[in-house]
Design a protein around this ligand. Structure first.
Ligand SMILES: Cc1cc2nc3c(=O)[nH]c(=O)nc-3n(C[C@H](O)[C@H](O)[C@H](O)COP(=O)(O)OP(=O)(O)OC[C@H]3O[C@@H](n4cnc5c(N)ncnc54)[C@H](O)[C@@H]3O)c2cc1C
Length: 429
């Protein structure tokens, strides 16, 4: 590894890094992919616990997303089940059916007649709206201009959280939400045996194409400029490379590269707002209430889904993998233990007595769903910029990718697409 001069050294073997590695290696580049963890996948990894497979929180693959399209181009075909969206909409004191069709909305006891009318009208309009026309507004500004009813607004916010995983209406661009919502109308998949199957398939493709994939290698420093960059590892090993592609959060890459506060990376590090959530994942040996497979809370940022209703995730067919999620606002201080208690009480309502059926639980108190929110400020800046934010112009040879990159996609789609686009850019150079 240290005796060779690599064309591209990629830092991080999450979806962005793996995608870039496959694209570059297939095009004949000498690629080194470095991952600090002992396994591939980053936030798209899957844990195996007592015969069940648990993604790191609830993971759904967008059926019409650019991520899946790219995976297929690279020869990775996820084995997955399509989710049928039906379930409950909970308020503090009542459970309603989720109004997923116009008919259900009309029958719903959750909304006033006026709210039903304005929701029906807005949801029809969103489907056809050009996202660019509202990208200069925050979700809150756009929503408060279009909807008057309290529960109508709350429902729109719940749908926005569901499709973007972000609970930041005062920051996120309405354009990004509309685009994501439109895409989610195409449906989502839950992947059989977990997302690790897609990750591992990408890893196999990268290795087959000639990339050197090294886990357990943490990068501690990036130095130099094209074509003489050096990547230093925690054990002191120095790697020579013509280009570096970092898929880490910009703040972290800035620290590794010793970027000045007023440099491209320094500025980007300050602009990028990560979004966190609290994930409670529970495997039960039997469902106390087999009818409850999906629910959102209208007034609280809570999500619940039985992923094994759609995907094969357990060795024992009686067992079920339940994902609960709390979408945390970037502003709130929140305590991890309080969030766990909230999610457990939410589950009490959906699966009463679940504690008696527990096989295993895992709580991730604060996990980043995205390393960077598409805020209005960043979306507008990205439209106006002469160069994409992934090109570090003042440090030639250093490039960036990851789910924080502002473009047409969010979340895993953004990670995969950014990895592909950066690889294509490097190949053009
Ligand atoms: C709870 C939750 C639910 C989600 N649900 C969905 C969903 O339903 N749909 C969807 O599309 N997306 C979802 N996502 C988002 C999706 O998982 C991420 O967007 C995607 O996996 C990010 O990929 P990435 O490559 O950008 O980053 P990461 O996966 O974070 O990869 C970065 C990699 O870099 C490694 N690394 C860090 N520092 C170093 C270092 N110094 N040296 C070497 N390696 C290093 C890390 O270990 C990691 O493996 C969800 C995320 C979470 C957390």
């Amino acid at each position: 590894m240290e005796t060779k001069r690599w064309d591209v050294t990629i830092i991080g073997a999450g979806l962005a890094g793996l995608t870039a590695a496959v694209c570059l290696a297939q095009a004949g580049q000498q690629v080194l992919l470095l991952e600090q963890s002992t396994r591939l996948g980053g936030r798209a990894a899957t844990d195996e616990r007592q015969g069940s497979r648990l993604n790191l929180g609830p993971h759904a693959l967008y059926k019409t997303g650019a991520g899946l399209k790219t995976l297929r181009e690279l020869g990775v075909e996820p084995n997955a089940g399509q989710v049928k969206l039906a379930g409950q909409l909970l308020t503090e004191h009542k459970a309603h059916r989720l109004p997923v069709t116009a008919g259900r909305l009309l029958m719903s006891g959750c909304f006033s007649l006026g709210e039903k009318a304005e929701l029906a009208s807005l949801l029809t309009r969103i489907g056809k709206l050009d996202p660019r026309t509202v990208e200069g507004l925050t979700l809150q500004e756009w929503l408060y201009g279009g909807l008057k009813g309290t529960n109508a607004r709350r429902f729109l916010l719940a749908l926005a959280r569901l499709s973007t995983y972000a609970n930041a209406p005062e920051l996120i661009s309405a354009g990004a939400v509309v685009r994501q919502y439109q895409m989610s109308l195409g449906g989502v998949y839950y992947v059989h045996e977990g997302w690790q199957t897609m990750v591992d398939a990408l890893g196999v493709r990268a290795t087959a194409a000639g990339a050197a994939v090294r886990t357990g290698h943490k990068v501690t420093r990036i130095r130099g400029t094209h074509p003489e960059l050096t990547v230093q590892l925690q054990d002191g090993t120095e790697i020579c490379t013509r280009a570096v592609l970092s898929t880490l959060r910009p703040q972290v890459t800035a620290a590794l590269a010793g970027a000045a506060p007023d440099s491209h990376l320094g500025r980007l590090g300050r602009q990028v707002v990560p979004v966190y959530g609290s994930a409670l994942d529970v495997v039960v040996r039997r469902l106390p209430n087999p009818q409850a497979n999906f629910a959102l809370h209208l007034e609280q940022p809570f999500y619940y889904a039985n992923h094994s209703f759609t995907a094969r995730l357990t060795q024992d067919p009686e067992h079920a993998v339940l994902h609960l999620f709390r979408y945390n606002s970037p502003q709130e201080a929140g305590s991890p233990e309080r969030h766990r208690g909230e999610l457990e009480r939410f589950l009490d309502r959906l699966q009463p007595g679940w504690q008696r059926e527990v096989v295993t639980t895992r709580y991730l108190p604060r996990i980043a769903v995205t390393n960077g929110l598409p805020t209005v400020e960043r979306v507008i800046a990205a439209r106006r910029a002469a160069q994409p934010e992934t090109v570090v112009a003042d440090m030639p040879g250093l490039y960036l990718a990851g789910d924080w990159v502002v473009g047409e996609s969010l979340l895993a789609d953004a990670a995969i697409v950014s990895g592909k686009e950066l690889a294509e850019r490097l190949l053009r150079l």
